[in-house]
Design a protein around this ligand. Sequence first.
Ligand SMILES: [Zn+2]
Length: 97
Amino acid sequence: MSKCAGCNKELTFVSVLSAMNPYSLKCGGCDERIKAKPAVVTILVVLIVAVSLAILALPFPGASTSKIVALLVLGAVFEFGFYLALKKGFIGSNLVP
Ligand SMILES: [Zn+2]
């Protein structure tokens, strides 16, 4: 499992969830910044923006509420996928195995 190089703490989902900047996540145990490969993060950000725009453009039954729910679910799925990929090392970062 991937750990912080500074304090040896495992990456937590909360750290990913609470990050304002996906390029630089704050470690939950120290002041170390966890940096994923910028190219991979950019691809993910472009992907999520594209899917979000597609959801907004689609005619949804029940209008705005179901769109907001869909966007929230999408965001949570992406965040969790990003967390798992970082943790498993599918996305390169400065975490140590
Ligand atoms: Zn740390």
